[in-house]
Design a protein around this ligand. Structure first.
Ligand code: A2P
Length: 339
């Protein structure tokens, strides 16, 4: 089997570390692996297949120097903006986890279970964008239902874990909880979030835009329709909650055709990457602690609206670092190899 020369930009970060783990878990055909990060990380090591790998500094020439064929980027939008073109120039395909290129025309935005074919645009190199974490788990659920019942409108509220803000977000929650137990929480200055996240809920992710929505909310709206090649209206409210890992979403979907709860459960059970956990009478429903460290989107609480028979309400949960970022990136790379 052909093996590939791979770079991970942001290898010391939350998503980069997970990509390293998944390359190993998925037995990805790796020939050479180059972990890249900022100059702050020079001298650090990461582990791949039990061996230490020295982290190198990200520079414009590093991709050419190492003949990189696949470059995973998860070091922030400005890093991708500046360095992804160098990787492409060196002949690599870039799989970019940031929002920078997602809505650009001719850049495929891919969730392999939904629109694998779009990868063909980058068969000979280029940039493939990995969608926003909350979008990926939502389209896992929406796409199969859309095929059966034709979605007319979606309303979603998210309950997003601190892992969405990277390692600094997770550290901030843990440190604030430690301060809480030491009665020193008032001494903590919020850094990763606009307010204290411990014992709080913050209805604000990414920056506010002139239309009153946040950029995160607009990402869910625009990216969903780009991935699904659809144009139904969506409204999103994105909320940060003091959960370490795995995002939850409450989704209400209006369909053209009347759905049945039983059939919707069956459709979702047969969908790739989706696991239905929906036995409320025995307290079985998706929760972040079930989804964490797994590659599935969990869905439950599937029920009809009390007033409109064409509306279903449901609850879905997925590990943001895996399903919402690293796993999707690895699956894109697997499909790119096959393209
Ligand atoms: P570093 O550890 O050297 O700062 P997270 O999302 O968990 O916060 O991780 C962000 C990742 O992006 C880290 O690996 C970080 O490396 C990397 N990174 C941040 N800024 C840069 C930059 N200017 N150049 C290269 N890598 C960067």
């Amino acid at each position: 089997m052909k093996k590939y020369r791979i770079a991970i930009v942001g290898a010391t970060g939350a998503v980069g570390e997970e990509i390293l783990k998944l390359l190993e878990e998925y037995n990805f055909p790796v020939d050479v692996l180059i972990p890249l990060a900022s100059s702050r990380s020079i001298g650090k090591q990461v582990y791949f297949k039990g061996e230490e790998r020295a982290v190198l500094e990200l520079t414009p020439h590093v991709f050419k120097e190492h003949n990189i064929q696949i470059a995973f980027f998860s070091a922030g939008g400005s890093v991708s903006q500046k360095f992804a073109p160098y990787a492409v120039e060196a002949g690599a395909v870039v799989i970019d986890n940031t929002s920078h290129f997602r809505m650009q025309e001719n850049i495929p935005l891919v969730v392999p279970e939904v629109n694998t074919k779009d990868i063909m645009l980058c068969k000979n190199g280029g940039i493939i964008a990995n969608p926003n974490c909350s979008t990926i788990q939502m389209v896992h659920v929406l796409n199969p239902l859309h095929k059966h019942y034709n979605i007319q409108r979606v309303d979603v509220s998210t309950y997003q874990a601190v892992s969405g803000a990277g390692k600094k977000g997770m550290e901030e929650l843990v440190v604030q909880m430690q301060h809480f137990f030491n009665f020193t929480l008032s001494e903590c200055e919020p850094k990763a979030f606009a307010h204290q996240i411990a014992l709080n809920v913050i209805p604000h992710i990414d920056i506010f835009l002139d239309n009153g929505y946040t950029k995160e909310e607009m990402k869910m709206i625009k990216e969903t329709n780009k991935i699904m090649h659809s144009d139904f209206p969506i409204s999103a409210t994105c909320v940060r909650v003091p959960v370490l890992r795995s995002h939850s979403e409450s989704i209400s979907i209006l369909f053209e055709k009347e759905p049945s709860v039983k059939e919707a459960r069956e459709i979702l059970s047969q969908s790739p990457a989706v696991i239905v956990v929906d036995e409320p009478k025995s307290n079985q429903y998706p929760m972040p602690i079930i989804a964490t460290d797994t590659d599935s989107t969990y869905v439950g609480r599937i029920r009809k609206d009390n007033f409109n028979p064409n509306i279903l309400h449901l609850w879905c949960v997925a590990d943001q670092i895996r399903v919402g970022a690293a796993t999707n990136a690895i699956k894109i790379a697997q499909q790119w190899i096959l393209a």
